[in-house]
Design a protein around this ligand. Structure first.
Ligand code: HEC
Length: 155
């Protein structure tokens, strides 16, 4: 083979590998980064939904507790106990220690998406084998329920 042909062959090889690399979206390191994000999404302690930051006051708000209790009795007590005993769903004792207020509020307002996407909600579904139905709470209702849960946990 002539020297010139060998040169052309290697040039073609270099060029085509460059094309393959760029067609995968840039340098190989960038490709690797994108892959790891796509295959292992980080589980958020906030869960899935609109609540990403909830401020809790140091002292409990009695008015919110009363409203939260009313919602519990009307819409939640058929499936949840205030102890750690399971009914249809898990007992609420200690729930404010296990979960962030954001997670609880997303679970109670964005229930379908939480059960479809949040790893912790999915673990509960595997245990309980019943999908919690969305109870139609608005953000204020959900926040009042969290206050009632804090009271139940002796905070
Ligand atoms: C028909 C039964 C049912 C009703 C009614 C219900 N839940 Fe649930 N809930 C469940 C089940 C079952 C789970 C566990 C996840 C799953 O399997 O869907 C759950 C899980 C939860 C969790 C997570 C508990 C933990 O230990 O992390 C919270 C918080 C919650 N529910 C809040 C509420 C609130 C607030 C209401 C009322 C507004 C309510 N639920 C009404 C069945 C119910």
């Amino acid at each position: 083979m002539k020297k010139q042909n060998i040169f052309l062959l290697s040039l073609t090889a270099i060029l085509s590998s460059a094309i393959i690399l760029t067609s995968c979206g840039g340098s190989s390191t960038e490709g690797a980064k994108t892959d790891s994000v796509a295959t292992a999404p980080a589980a958020s302690p906030n869960g899935v939904g609109e609540f990403t930051h909830v401020e809790l006051s140091a002292t409990l708000n009695e008015d919110m507790i009363t409203k939260g209790k009313g919602i519990f009795e009307l819409k939640c007590s058929a499936c949840h106990k205030l102890t750690d005993a399971k009914l249809v769903g898990p007992g609420w004792a200690g729930v404010t220690k296990r979960r962030t207020p954001e997670w609880i509020m997303n679970m109670t307002t964005n229930t379908e998406a939480m059960l479809n996407q949040d790893p912790e909600a999915q673990k509960l579904l595997e245990l309980c084998l019943v999908r919690m139905p969305n109870q139609g709470l608005n953000g204020e209702d959900a926040r009042n329920v969290v206050e009632f849960m804090r009271k139940n946990d002796g905070q």
